[in-house]
Design a protein around this ligand. Structure first.
Ligand SMILES: Cc1cc2nc3c(=O)[nH]c(=O)nc-3n(C[C@H](O)[C@H](O)[C@H](O)COP(=O)(O)O)c2cc1C
Length: 474
C-alpha cells in the first residue's frame, strides 16, 4: 500500500471520488462502518438516492455551485440513509476534480447535530411521554417479558393488565406469566405458544386464564419477539379479555345446534343443505321412488267414541312407532295426514333397494299395529297401499317448509291404500315385479281405480315375507 492508499484507508473521515454520472467511484471503508451498506450496494445506485429527500434540493444546488466555480470547495450538511433505515448527518467538504468528477470528505456529525438541537430533544421527550400515556390508556393488557433471563420474567405490565387479571404489578413483576393458567388451560394452544417462544416468533392464542380471585376469563394473547440485531432480548405480550365474545359465540353455537336438530326433524339432511345454499323452489325429479300410504281403519267411528286428547294420544303412540320403523328401514317419513301415514323410499337420495325397503317397512308396520290397542282396548287395524315409479320431490313455498312428493305414482299409491283391506298390504304390479320371489305375494286381480281404469294388483303377505328387523320399543 503506498502512502496515498494508506491515507485513504486509515482516514477517520468518509472519503470518496464521485463520477460525472452521479455514482460513487471510489470510497473508503469508513462508509461501510458508518452507513452499514456494502461497497457494492453503495456503488450500485446514484448517490443522490441515499440522501434524505428533504435535503436533496439544497444538496443539488450546492453541488452545482461547486462545479460552476471550478475551484475551491463547498461545504454543507445533509442526511444519508443507513442500511437499518435510520439517517446519519454528514458534514461535507466537496471539491471539483476533473471532467465533472468531484471528491468529497465527510464526517459523521449525527451525535453533535442531534445533541445540539434542544428542539429535537424536546420532541423526543414528548414522543416518549405520549407513548407511555398511550400504553397506560390502553384497554388491552400490555406486558414485556425479559427473554435474556432464566424463565422469562415479566419486567413491565400496564394498568389494563391489573384491570383484567386483578394482579397489581408488584405481585407479578419478576415472575413468568404462567401463574394465570389453571388445569383447564388448553394444552394445544399452550403447545403453540411454547413452540413460538422457542422459535423466537410471534403467535396468537386464546387461553382459559384465571384472575386473582379465581374466576375464569378468556385471554386472547398475542406475543411478539423483540430483537436487538440478531439477539432475542424480550417478548411483548398483548392480552385482550374476550370472555364476553367467547360466551356469545358458545350461546350462538348452542342455538345453532338446537335449531339444526329441530330442522333435521322436519326435513331430510340433504334438503337442509340445499335450502341453505339456494333460495326458491327445490323440486327434483326422481325416476324411481316407492310410496307407502297407511291408514287406520275405522278411525272415524273410533273418534266418535273417544275424547279428542285420548284419540291423539293413541295416534301419537302408533305414529311414533312407525317413525322409528321408517328410520330402521332407511325409508323417509313424509307426513301424517289425519289418521294416515305417508312414507317413501328412494328419495331424497337415490337408493338401489327402495322397493324392498318400503315393502319391509309395510310388513313391519302391519306386525306392529297388531300389538296396539286403543285406551278402551279396541284393536287397531291398518290398510296399506304401495306403488313405485317416477315422482317429483322437494320443498316449495317460502313458509312452513315440508318435504313433499307429487305425481301420478303418489296418487296411485294413495288409491291402492284406500282400496286395500284391514290388516293387508295392496301393491301395484310394478312393485310386485321388482320384489321377485323373495316375498310372499298373491294376486288380487283387476280392480277399478278412479282415473286409471282397471289395475291388476297383488297382496303382499305379512307372514314370513321380507327381511325381518326386530321391532324396537313399541
Ligand atoms: C410476553 C408473554 C406474555 C404472556 N402472557 C401470558 C398470559 O397472559 N397468559 C398465559 O396463560 N400465558 C402467558 N404467557 C405464556 C407463559 O408465560 C409461558 O411462556 C407458557 O406457559 C409456556 O411456558 P411453560 O411451558 O414453561 O409453562 C406469556 C408469555 C410471554 C412471553
Amino acid at each position: 500500500m503506498d502512502a496515498l492508499d494508506a491515507f485513504f484507508e486509515l482516514s477517520p473521515d468518509l472519503l470518496c471520488v464521485r463520477g460525472a454520472d452521479g455514482y460513487l467511484q471510489t470510497l473508503n471503508a469508513v462508509w461501510i462502518t458508518t452507513l452499514g451498506w456494502s461497497e457494492s450496494e453503495l456503488r450500485s445506485r446514484p448517490w443522490s438516492e441515499f440522501v434524505h429527500p428533504s435535503d436533496l434540493p439544497a444538496t443539488d444546488e450546492l453541488e452545482q455551485r461547486c462545479h460552476q466555480t471550478r475551484s475551491g470547495y463547498v461545504t454543507y450538511k445533509n442526511r444519508w440513509r443507513a442500511r437499518d433505515g435510520s439517517y446519519r448527518w454528514l458534514q461535507w467538504r466537496v471539491s471539483p476534480y476533473c471532467d465533472g468528477c468531484s471528491y468529497g470528505i465527510a464526517q459523521d456529525v449525527t451525535q453533535t447535530t442531534w445533541q445540539g438541537n434542544r428542539n429535537y430533544l424536546a420532541q423526543i421527550a414528548a414522543a416518549v411521554k405520549l407513548r407511555d400515556r398511550a400504553i397506560e390508556a390502553s384497554s388491552v393488557g400490555i406486558v414485556i417479558a425479559d427473554a435474556t433471563r432464566p424463565d422469562m420474567p415479566l419486567i413491565f405490565v400496564n394498568p389494563a393488565f391489573e384491570a383484567i387479571t386483578g394482579y397489581p404489578p408488584a405481585e407479578v413483576l419478576g415472575y413468568n406469566c404462567r401463574f394465570l393458567q389453571g388445569k383447564q388451560t388448553d394444552q394445544a394452544e399452550l403447545d403453540r405458544l411454547r413452540a413460538a417462544i422457542r422459535a423466537g416468533k410471534d403467535c396468537t392464542v386464546t387461553l382459559r386464564n384465571y384472575r386473582k380471585d379465581g374466576t375464569l376469563f378468556w385471554n386472547e394473547l398475542s406475543i411478539s419477539p423483540i430483537y436487538d440485531g440478531e439477539q432475542l432480548t424480550h417478548f411483548v405480550g398483548v392480552q385482550a379479555d374476550v370472555t364476553a365474545r367467547i360466551q356469545a359465540e358458545k350461546a350462538v353455537q348452542l342455538e345453532k345446534t338446537r335449531a339444526e336438530r329441530l330442522l333435521r326433524n322436519v326435513l331430510p339432511q340433504p334438503i337442509i343443505q340445499q335450502l341453505k345454499e339456494f333460495t326458491g323452489s327445490l323440486a327434483q325429479q326422481f325416476d324411481a321412488a316407492t310410496i307407502l300410504f297407511a291408514d287406520i281403519v275405522g278411525f272415524t267411528p273410533l273418534s266418535a267414541q273417544m275424547q279428542p286428547l285420548e284419540l291423539i294420544e293413541t295416534l301419537n303412540r302408533v305414529f311414533s312407532c312407525f317413525d322409528r320403523l321408517a328410520e330402521q328401514y332407511g325409508v323417509e317419513k313424509i307426513k301424517t295426514i289425519g289418521d294416515a301415514y305417508m312414507a317413501a323410499g328412494g328419495i331424497p337420495l337415490v337408493q338401489a333397494n327402495h322397493v324392498e325397503a318400503v315393502a319391509d317397512l309395510a310388513i313391519a308396520m302391519q306386525a306392529a299395529s297388531q300389538q296396539f290397542k286403543t285406551s278402551r282396548g279396541q284393536p287397531i287395524q291398518l290398510r296399506i297401499g304401495l306403488h313405485t315409479g317416477p315422482v317429483v320431490a322437494g320443498v316449495i313455498g317460502i313458509k312452513k317448509f315440508i318435504y313433499d312428493l307429487w305425481g301420478d305414482t303418489v296418487n296411485v299409491a294413495a288409491r291402492l291404500e284406500s282400496l286395500s283391506e284391514p290388516g293387508r298390504i295392496q301393491i301395484s304390479a310394478a312393485v310386485y315385479e321388482q320384489l321377485g320371489d323373495r316375498y310372499d305375494c298373491e294376486p288380487r286381480g283387476l280392480i277399478p281405480v278412479k282415473g286409471k281404469g282397471e289395475l291388476f294388483t297383488y297382496w303382499l303377505l305379512v307372514q314370513g315375507g321380507g327381511n325381518e328387523i326386530p321391532i324396537q320399543e313399541l
